[in-house]
Write a protein that binds this ligand. Structure first.
Ligand SMILES: CC(C)(COP(=O)(O)OP(=O)(O)OC[C@H]1O[C@@H](n2cnc3c(N)ncnc32)[C@H](O)[C@@H]1OP(=O)(O)O)[C@@H](O)C(=O)NCCC(=O)NCCS
Length: 181
């Protein structure tokens, strides 16, 4: 059994708001649903995991204690979820690799929350025991690329026209990677 590092992290953002970054819990279903609903359309077009979909939210919350998965939320003082990040161990021959996801509510961006959550999920990936972490990210997601490159990730691959959004437009997909071991 892998020991979990799950102490909540208190952070004061550059907009003066206080948030706590902590593991997703079973009781977060309604707040995560609200968070998903709050995401702008152009965000969820770009997200592989559609957080607007209540079935997806159920799947995430049901997996709050899954052995191969670490999920974190950023929660405000009034209990709203304003950020979500996750790292999941891939199956099969990539079971030594963790896949990271990260998203912050629009009105909380550019305040350092994305960076803080990326660091937390990166630490959780080490705790998960994976040897390598990747982020699948569209070419247009420049702030996400900036965050992970700052953490030392490098572009390891580009898949041309690999991702299709809900409007049918195609996008180049980057695989950003960091080798832990
Ligand atoms: C990526 C994302 C999580 C960043 O969250 P955030 O809270 O704004 O992140 P930070 O405030 O820590 O900003 C990190 C850096 O990104 C860059 N950045 C952020 N927004 C930017 C923008 N609109 N234009 C240019 N650079 C930007 C900056 O370098 C910024 O650091 P700085 O503010 O100190 O200059 C957020 O934009 C988001 O949820 N996007 C949609 C989903 C996504 O793209 N996820 C990443 C792939 S998994």
């Amino acid at each position: 059994m892998v020991e979990r590092v799950e102490a909540p992290i208190a952070a004061t953002l550059r907009n003066g708001q206080a948030v706590t970054i902590r593991p997703l819990a079973e009781h977060d279903r309604e707040a995560l649903l609200q968070f998903g609903r709050s995401l702008p359309d152009d965000d969820w077009l770009y997200l592989e995991t559609d957080l607007h979909n209540p079935d997806i939210i159920d799947r995430l919350v049901n997996a709050y204690a899954a052995e191969n998965w670490r999920q974190f939320v950023a929660v405000t003082e009034i209990g709203e979820i304003v950020g979500y990040s996750a790292v999941r161990r891939l199956p099969g021959w990539s079971s030594h690799v963790g896949d990271i996801h990260l998203i912050v509510r629009k009105d909380y961006r550019r305040c350092g929350l994305g960076t803080a959550m990326a660091q937390a999920i990166f630490d959780a990936a080490r705790d998960l025991g994976v040897a390598k972490v990747i982020v699948e990210i569209l070419q247009e997601q420049t702030s996400g690329i900036a965050i992970f490159e700052r953490l030392g990730f490098k572009i390891e691959g580009t898949f041309s026209d690999h991702a299709r959004d809900h409007a049918g437009r195609r996008h180049h997909l980057y695989i950003l990677a960091y080798h832990i071991i």
